[in-house]
Write a protein that binds this ligand. Sequence first.
Ligand SMILES: [Ca+2]
Ligand SMILES: [Ca+2]
Ligand SMILES: [Ca+2]
Ligand SMILES: [Ca+2]
Length: 426
Amino acid sequence: MKKCHVLFLVFFCLGFIVAGSALAQNQAPVADAGPDQTVPSNVVVYLDGSGSTDDTTLTNDLTYYWTWDYYCSPKEPCRALPVLLPSNTVQSPTFTTNTGTFSVPLLLVVTDADGVSSVADSCLITITGPNANPRAVAGPDQSIRTGDIAYLDGFKSSDDNTDTLDLIFEWTLGKKPVGSTAYFSSSDPGKIKLHTDLDGTYAVSLVVEDEYGLKSRPDSVFISTAGINMAPTAVPIPDNALIEVGAQGIINGLSSTDPEGDKISYSWELTPTAGSAAVLDNPVWPVVSFIADIPGEYTVTLTASDFLGAGDPVSTTVTAVSAEDLAQIVILDAGVSLTELSAGAVTTGGNQNALMNSLTQAAAAIEDGDVQKAITKLTAAIERTDGCILRGEPDGNGHGRDWVTNCEAQYELYDLLNTALEAITP
Ligand SMILES: [Ca+2]
Ligand SMILES: [Ca+2]
Ligand SMILES: [Ca+2]
Ligand SMILES: [Ca+2]
């Protein structure tokens, strides 16, 4: 009796195990209706049931059944829901959204080859209404130097349902200067570079497209390069110079300017006086020099260029004369300046005349070849106009009192008279 119970239990338990094994061999599939989707009206929606799985039947061999989870009632008016294409029994059907705004779940049930069905999975389809066109914003008009790059940014463009970063950007170069080969470059479709080459106006338009293929109106941006970048102005200094034969003529171009602050390059040309063998030491430096080997006029021409090209050439002359001529010319210049001084710039009219006499006598001594006398007269004259430069103010009463009492006037006369003195001093 006891043995019989045991046997019965064994068979009873075995029966459960066999039955359990049979059930475990085919489990129900699992449906996956794909993600929820929010879409505008009149667009094609793509459903995706390919995430469904089963233990015994391959995903592609499952039977699919999609239905809208929607029932009309006295409370809920009946709607015409979109028809799934090509049918509601394929893995991934499509449908075109109708007008109106609503949210309706879409259910997917899959069935395996043995006829075992899944629990329904749902995705929520929300139709937001008409799809608005995106708006293209190509950015403000620009003025740049010819040859520079215009940076264009379309990321101010927007749309009702497509993120700006997901818009499709189409840039078009329309109008451009005749003969231009300007071109776009870009590493990011929303931001492009226009490489300009000629003076003029470039018209660029932007069209953006949302993820449902709806395009914006074109937005235009104008890039102007006409006359924006001016050539540099060449300024050779000194304006006109007088030097002694055999001396170095030095011309400085560093005062040249460019309106946009562009880097300036220098190009110099020397036209020496007839018979001279003078050459410029380095005609592309900002400062040049040459030796004035014979008396005469030397013309030095500076052309200043920026990265776009040359400005107008500007010339200056350097006149080379003998030491005696140089001394006489500058003494003459000093004499002219002295006679022009107002009463307030000298001690007395008598002193002004006395100083003038010294200059006249110095010039005459040079003419006569009496260098020592010329030096004496010049030295005496210089003593009457040297306080400001040597001591900071005109010398007052006493030996060497200054007859010229205006510092500006002193500087000019002192400089001229010393040039004369240096020229004739052996
Ligand atoms: Ca199964
Ligand atoms: Ca849109
Ligand atoms: Ca410039
Ligand atoms: Ca003095």
